[in-house]
Design a binder for this molecule. Structure first.
Ligand code: ADP
Length: 257
């Protein structure tokens, strides 16, 4: 078991996983994952490619069924009837998401706004305005086909469609991967500003230095197990490191990698 002696802000946990196991056709990917995401924090699940980050996210969101273990998201088990309500309160950006390329950016936004608003024109307008604002795209950019967008513009558009309904829980799988420095910076700033508004943000990355830039709490995942979890500054201190990347390497080395 992890050491949970560190205290969460408000003493409340938005996402709780205990001993969660998941395999695909005999290939065990999650090996007893224990994880606690404090409400109102940015929690970065960080680890190398193939360590189980996406599988953890998809299992948390009920997209994969766990083999065993306990999961609570905003107090609800993904297999219970309360889950519909949790989905409504959650914004999720999958790693491999892409916009409708034949539609303009604006039409993409409008499409999702209509889905969320269930026909209420005032609500549609409100959602569109919020998404346009989050996207940071100019009026002329919004009226271009999304297929003609740069990778960074596509990602900002997708973030806008994932966040337009003002979710209290935001789950972003590798939101900055493959982007240039300006787009990465813009997305990290957006993540921090979402947290300042009191939301809970769970982000995955394989970039430990990026994790240090945005995280309040970090979970190191390695070969399907959380090998460390706690506040970023405590991770650096515990492993006597100068940054989070070094802390991760030392953590893994201490286990006899
Ligand atoms: P990460 O996000 O850390 O890169 P993943 O969770 O995507 O890691 O993958 C961890 C392991 O699980 C990989 O070996 C991958 O091949 C396997 N895996 C993930 N999803 C599936 C799936 N749907 N079916 C079979 N194997 C999977």
């Amino acid at each position: 078991m992890q050491d949970y002696s560190w205290s969460a802000p408000g003493g409340y946990v938005a996402i709780l996983l205990e001993e969660v196991w998941k395999s695909f056709k005999g290939n065990t990917v999650l090996r007893g994952v224990d994880l606690r995401v404090p409400r109102g924090s940015v929690y970065v699940l960080a680890g190398p490619n193939g360590s189980g980050k996406t599988t953890t996210i998809r299992t948390i969101l009920g997209l994969y069924r766990r083999d065993r273990g306990r999961i609570l998201v905003l107090g609800c088990d993904p297999e219970d009837s309360c889950w519909r309500e949790v989905v409504r309160r959650t914004g999720y950006l999958p790693e491999d998401a892409s916009p409708y390329e034949r539609l303009t950016g604006y039409e993409n936004i409008l499409f999702y706004a209509k889905l969320h608003a269930e026909g209420d024109p005032r609500r549609i307008k409100e959602l569109v305005e919020r998404a346009v604002d989050i996207s940071g795209l100019s009026r002329s950019e919004l009226h271009k086909r999304a297929g003609a967008y740069s990778k960074g513009m596509k990602r900002r558009l997708l973030l806008a469609t994932s966040l337009m309904h003002n979710p209290e829980l935001v789950v972003l799988d590798e939101p900055t991967s493959g982007l240039d420095v300006f787009s990465q910076h813009a997305i990290r700033r957006l993540i921090r500003s979402l947290a300042q508004e009191g939301r809970t943000i769970l982000v995955t990355t394989h970039n430990l230095l990026e994790a240090e830039l945005i995280a309040d709490y970090v979970g190191f995942i390695y070969k399907g197990t959380i090998v460390y979890e706690g506040p970023v500054h405590e991770a650096i201190k515990k492993f006597n490191a100068s940054n989070l990347e070094e802390a991760f390497i030392r953590c893994i080395d201490s286990m006899g990698r």
